[in-house]
Design a protein around this ligand. Sequence first.
Ligand SMILES: Cc1ncc(COP(=O)(O)O)c(C=O)c1O
Length: 512
Amino acid sequence: MLLEHYVKKILQARVYEVAKETPLSAARFLSKRTHNQIMIKREDLQPVYSFKLRGAYNKMAQLTEEEKAQGVITASAGNHAQGLALAAKHMGVKAIIIMPRITPEIKVQAVRARGAKVVLKGDAFNEALEHALKLVDEQGMTYIPPYDDADVIAGQGTVGMEILRQHPQDLHAIFVPVGGGGLIAGIAAYVKYLRPEIKIIGVEAEDSACLQAALAADARVVLEQVGIFAEGVAVAQIGEEPFKVCRHYVDEVITVNTDEICAAVKDIFEDTRAVSEPSGALSLAGLKKYIEREQIQGQNLVCINSGANTNFDRLQHIAERTELGEKREAILAVTIPERPGSFKNFCKVIGKRMVTEFNYRYAHPEEAHIYVGVSVKPDGDDRNELIHALQEAGYPVMDLTDNELAKLHIRHLGGGRTQGAYHEEVYRFEFPERPGALLNFLNHLGHNWNISLFHYRNHGAAYGRVLVGLQVPAKDKKDVEVYLDKISYRYWRETKNPAYQLFLCEPKLDLA
Ligand SMILES: Cc1ncc(COP(=O)(O)O)c(C=O)c1O
């Protein structure tokens, strides 16, 4: 009944007055590399560079003339805001978008350019949402939700309808990015009704996997914290209406990490020349992981490039991590003797492999710690062979390829060892990026303890990353995290991280 209800709604959905039927493009390089037939649904080619227009327009198309006359409203800083703004412009309906004050100017401008009125309100999304709901009450405007609504889901479901029409042959699975679940619910409802043998596989970022958590608990759960690298899908709880469909019709959820998402951005670029945003490449990252896990060959697989609204400045960071995501780069800490000729000997062991990065600074009279990136073949054996060869040659080696502290900070801080920063405690933070964010962060940090290390690098992303060293006398140690919890940014204690110990900390630091 549920599926039939949705299939009818999807067949009647009004989206094509403003959205396009996007192509299902063959990903030739990737297909060849993985021995499968991979196709990418090009939702990045929509007029607002994401599929969100479909749901927003269909929802608006169901409004009465009276409701339209009152106007529509939503709270969003993302693709939904742009989708709604364009849908409203097309229908000649007044639209107000409430955005948190922290929203980057570029997004505010993009929505204004589509003719919507932007109101900046509150520091966090929830405050913006509260304000939007208040205006609904006071001014009788209609709230257009980003995913938790049957008409929005039906609009997104037209993506599934097009896929089946464009590829009527055998299809093993469709991989769908999941935020609040509107897109996957629409696609699953349509596809499972007509072609139940096709697997519907959700893909989530591993630090915002709210659908996976809900499926495991068989109830919607609220994630305590949500990673924001793929901001389009950074949702703490799966939508109520989407979950009604997902709990029965989604076959499984695969989670992927930041490096895997970045690698998928590159894959999409190589096959289509499109630059997707992280959320847009998410489903391809999951598709690749599935092929690797299942060792399948010769299957037809579809993923969705769901959006391309990326900030140009972010590309540097994405590019930096693609090789790691492809497992084509090994990051190693190698200890070599501090004497003439030893660097050359070390390079001999590396041999013809390409060195992607090299950081070294004198720290100790007898030994040198080198931070080195080396290109390796992606199968994992090559990395192990390299490590083995270095060990055979007598060099202690530590594999840092999966060490976030090393990849985010140490590579830009190589040789920053210190003398005399006693009792140093090191913490890594992630906080929402906005003008003045760094200053705000410093204000929060206060003056309780001396700051002995600070590293911040703007990735042009929606969030900032900071590494901080604090000199905390032993008697205060227990208080530090009580204090840091109050700042309410995500953080990790890194004092015992071997990358920190090798490259930054004082050699004889007491780590108790
Ligand atoms: C680019 C992109 N991909 C995927 C999603 C996830 O969609 P949903 O919230 O319907 O699961 C979004 C949501 O805004 C998005 O902007």
